[in-house]
Design a protein. Sequence first.
Length: 95
Amino acid sequence: MKKDKEQPDDIALGKKHSILITTLKRVFVWGQNKEQQLGIETTPDILNKPHASQKTEPIPKLLNVPKIKKAAAGYKHSLFVDMQGTKLVETANGR
């Protein structure tokens, strides 16, 4: 495997959302974003809605965040730790 080739490095699974960190420390998120747990703002025109009460990102989205070394996903939140050890939290209330 080439050293510079991007590969999956870590994954965090929440109740209805997922987070993937690559070997280049980029972060991809997908799943339900009803509580903004993915860390992205979405609009109805880009959402896949299985039913009216759920907002779901249909494909992985790349987050515009600093390089992340670790992530955790919970019921309605996500936690990211960047390379300097700074914690970034995404919840229904935003960052």
